[in-house]
Ligand binder design. Structure first.
Ligand SMILES: [Zn+2]
Length: 335
């Protein structure tokens, strides 16, 4: 049974899920209607192709445009709080035990000119309310949206830092090819000073050099995607030796045309080389998937054995941004 790719005696975790890519279709429609925000369609099925990657997109930025439309309906802080709450509720319904949700406060604040620091507080509030309600744990990762440039990332950093105790880690996302990571080393130094863990989108839309910089200059202990590490054996060796977590999202990688199909994804090579790969959803609403889909459908199609998939589930717990005590508690609840 393919379903048994998920080991019920281990926690099921998603370490790479964007809040802005997790918005329910119905919520997008409802918020647009409540606030008089125009959308290209007002029926769910008619709107779907505008906010979901129903066919593969020509690249990362075309995929992100789908999310831009979803984010345009975040009219106020209640909307931000609501989508955070629903994201956790949906993750619990998928059977997840722990999730790390990431978001870019400036990206969420932008279309309706909200205050980015207030957005951080609203997301934290919605997340914490849902964790109290549902049988799941969660941590938040703050994203710097590199597409807006260096100065804007300082504003975004300050918004996150204003509520730093609600944030576990820091990430960078957006147009990787146009805005290389070395422009943001000082932002990350300050983030490490605040005690945040570091992950970075790297090797998704740029080459292996981007991953080297994330590890050596940003201080990343995990990498988002890391697709192009496959081009650099020395880099793969380093990632394996140092136990760097690789946050793989098979479906979104296909949907942005980074790989043509699951079978072309390097994840099986990474697993065979002992790299700590994990399975994640990235933008489940945009991709139209759940995490169990990744385990059941995408992972076997990418050439992973059942044993490797179980290892991957364990890796998720190993590289989660949790203290040793929290990790042990999560594990104890399942066994
Ligand atoms: Zn991502």
């Amino acid at each position: 049974m393919a379903q048994s790719n998920i080991d019920p005696s281990l926690p099921l975790v998603d370490l790479h899920r964007h809040l802005e890519g997790s918005m329910r279709l119905e919520t997008i429609l409802e918020l647009a209607q409540d606030h008089g925000i125009p959308l290209p369609a007002v029926e769910p099925e008619a709107l779907r192709p505008y906010v979901q990657a129903v066919i593969p997109q020509p690249g990362l930025m075309a995929f992100i445009e789908k999310i831009d439309l979803s984010v345009s309906v975040l009219a106020d802080l209640d909307a931000c709080r609501r989508i955070a709450y629903e994201c956790i509720e949906d993750a619990a319904a998928e059977g997840l035990d722990y999730i790390e949700v990431r978001f870019s406060p400036r990206y969420m604040a932008g279309p309706n000119r909200l205050n980015a620091a207030d957005v951080v507080a609203a997301v934290a509030d919605g997340t914490e309310a849902a964790v109290r309600e549902f049988d799941i744990r969660a941590n938040l990762i703050g994203i710097l949206s590199r597409t807006y440039g260096i100065e804007a990332c300082w504003e975004e950093f300050d918004a996150l830092a204003a509520h730093h105790s609600h944030i576990t880690a820091m990430d960078i996302a957006g147009d990787e090819a146009a805005w290389p990571a070395e422009l943001f080393t000082e932002h990350f130094r300050r983030g490490r000073d605040l005690g945040w863990h570091i992950t970075a989108h790297a090797g998704e839309a740029a080459g292996p050099k981007s991953i080297w910089i994330a590890l050596q200059q940003l201080g990343a202990t995990r990498i988002g995607h890391g697709l192009r590490a496959i081009e650099d054996p020395a880099l793969m060796d380093l990632i394996a030796e140092e136990g760097i977590g690789v946050e793989v999202s098979l479906t979104s990688n296909v949907q942005i045309s980074a790989v043509a199909e699951y079978a072309d994804h390097p994840i099986a090579t990474y697993a065979a080389r002992g790299m700590k790969v994990t399975l994640n959803t990235d933008d489940p609403a945009v991709s139209g998937i759940t995490l169990p889909h990744g385990y059941r459908v995408a992972a076997p199609a990418a050439g992973l054995t059942r044993e490797q998939i179980r290892r991957i589930q364990r890796n998720g717990l190993d590289v989660a941004f949790l203290s040793d005590e929290e990790r042990a508690a999560l594990r104890a609840e399942k066994s």
